[in-house]
Design a protein around this ligand. Sequence first.
Ligand SMILES: [Zn+2]
Length: 231
Amino acid sequence: MGIIIYFIILMVVPMLAQMNVKSTFNKYSKVRSTSGLTGREVAEEILRNNGIYDVEVVRGEGFLSDHYDPKNKKIALSPDNYDTPSIAGTAVAAHEVGHAIQHATGYAFLNFRSALFPLAQLGSNLSYFLIIAGMFVTYAQGVGGTFGSMMLWGGIALMAFAVLFQVVTLPVEFDASKRAMKQIESLNIVNEKEYRHAKKVLNAAAMTYVAATAVAVAELVRFIMIARGSN
Ligand SMILES: [Zn+2]
């Protein structure tokens, strides 16, 4: 039973979240916004209204490739969002500006996330190697092998940083969406109905982060259980 629940978390939940974000996005990228503003124009208006003049809005590449790049102070919007006035484009553009506002105002979770990034990257590159090597050595040495167990726990510690990074991503994403909704409402970029639809788009995107984090936590817990069993 436990293993079935585990596989549901690991495979089905993220898949559903991805399917949901794609269909929600497809639906609302076809709904033209009454403001007539493209994603680029929405982003620029919100930036200006928040006194941010040093962030550039550029056309990115690929479906759902939208992101904010804090290093180069750039908001990249996927071509559809950049060029066309749609509800999805409005919501996503406002969300990315939400990240730019977090950056400009020194939002604590964003700073913490940036500080974690190098360790998290090291963790995601190296942890599996250490964990698998640790399990192998433990197996070869027999139960009670200290060296294998050390490698295993070292790998788990590294993985914990990668997981922590994903956990910290959640408040950053939810906060960016909250800021986005506040901005498009107060600047009258959307009407009441559009506000609800924009929220649907951002909620669907947030669920993909929640699902990815659930998977990462489940994976970490599983390795901790394996390591405890091998001691
Ligand atoms: Zn985001």
